[in-house]
Design a protein. Structure first.
Length: 73
């Protein structure tokens, strides 16, 4: 997203938090297209992408816990 400051200077391009989350989801979908893992649930694809992103900064994601009423069935 491009914003202009009051002085008319172009600010750095930034994503909102929601846009960032959507981008991760879209990357997860595209990465697994036409592969044997294409049928994985989106949540597992996103976990794989997050694992790769966190590895860059030597961190690990917290394991997901299933919430009440939150299932793939």
């Amino acid at each position: 997203m491009n914003d202009k400051e009051d002085r008319g200077q172009l600010t750095l391009e930034r994503l909102t938090y929601v846009e960032f989350l959507e981008a991760i989801g879209r990357v997860a979908v595209v990465k697994f297209l036409q592969s044997e893992l294409e049928e994985l649930p989106l949540s597992e694809k996103i976990c794989s992408i997050l694992d790769e992103l966190f590895a860059v900064i030597d961190e690990q994601r917290c394991e997901m816990t299933e919430m009440d009423g939150d299932s793939d069935t």
